[in-house]
Design a protein around this ligand. Structure first.
Ligand SMILES: [Zn+2]
Length: 311
């Protein structure tokens, strides 16, 4: 395996990207990505708005990053089927595998060089995934296969990867499934919080850091897909109360509180934060009817609540 001459730039980029994620979270706005990173006193870019496959001109052989965007009219990423270990399909730039951009990915595959994948979640918002590797080329479908690697792999020097290629293959298939699951959850949270204008559906609490995207039907349910009509933006308190059936939502959107809680007396959080919402309608519902909770999901979930409501 020949050494990856672009390695130092890759390391600088990944270190800088980790710092951005620490500061901004799992989903980065394009402006943060576009600000680039410093390498030997120069500002280099992570990616380019107009191009999928990108490398700074200082990189000699391979690419630094690949990027996919979300179709603007859709406004929402389409979900793949259940997370598989198949790797992500990444379309060629143009038709020719020998094209300037595609050649860089072929070379990255030959060197087993780690790349950064900017995965479009919503227009202008990307989940960065690293390290990813080009694990295959399909001339028939004109696409590359992209697999994820363990995060620790990025700090291993080139050529010092696990010696056992079978083990490495297993590791990457496993990691790819985990990354796909995480992307589903990241996208779900992003879409649900936006649909609810970054507020709790019960109390309208507006701090994003303390909001979750709750599932109406649990995600272990086959229908419990991470899609907005199966979601509710809830603050940590109300998410916990909803998941433990201390709080229920009637299919007509009215909030109910379990009797065992209504009977308790204990300070302002219980009084105002929970009991105070009994009989009130939801505080926020999505503007778009297609994003509102699906009534059959609410009905089914409410039935579960009702079983223990009066206990
Ligand atoms: Zn709340």
């Amino acid at each position: 395996m020949s050494p990856d001459s672009d390695w130092p730039i890759r390391v600088a980029a990944i270190n800088a990207l980790q710092e951005r994620v620490r500061r901004h979270g799992d989903v980065l706005p394009w402006e943060v990505i576009d600000a680039g990173f410093t390498y030997k006193g120069e500002t280099l870019h992570f990616a380019n708005r107009a191009r999928g496959i990108f490398w700074p001109r200082q990189m000699r052989e391979t690419a630094l990053s690949i990027k996919t965007t979300v179709p603007r009219q859709g406004r929402e990423a389409r979900y793949d089927d259940l997370p598989s270990d198949e790797g992500f399909d990444y379309r060629f730039q143009g038709e020719d595998v020998d094209g300037r951009d595609n050649r860089r990915l072929v070379r990255a595959m030959e060197l087993d060089a780690p790349l950064i994948y900017f995965y479009g979640i919503e227009p202008g918002l990307y989940a960065p995934i690293w390290p990813v590797y080009i694990s295959g080329v399909d001339l028939a479908t004109k696409s590359f296969t992209v697999a994820s690697g363990l995060p620790e792999a990025q700090v291993r020097a080139p050529g010092s990867y696990a010696a056992d290629s079978k083990l490495l293959g297993l590791e990457r298939r496993y990691t790819t499934v985990q990354v796909k699951k995480r992307l589903h959850q990241v996208a779900f949270r992003q879409h649900v919080l936006r649909a609810y204008e970054q507020r709790c559906a019960i109390c309208r609490f507006p701090r994003r850091e303390l909001l979750d995207a709750a599932h109406i039907l649990p995600d272990r349910d086959v229908r419990g897909r991470p899609e907005v009509p199966n979601g509710l933006a809830l603050c940590k308190l109300h998410h916990g109360a909803f998941d433990t059936d201390l709080l229920g939502i009637r299919p007509d959107g009215v909030i109910e509180i379990a009797r065992r809680l209504m009977a308790e007396q204990d300070g302002p959080t219980l009084e105002h934060g929970l009991k105070g919402f009994a009989g009130k309608p939801l505080g926020v519902i999505p503007l778009l009817p297609a994003q509102r909770p699906r009534s059959e999901y609410l009905e089914e979930r409410y039935e579960r609540f009702r079983l223990t409501r009066d206990a």
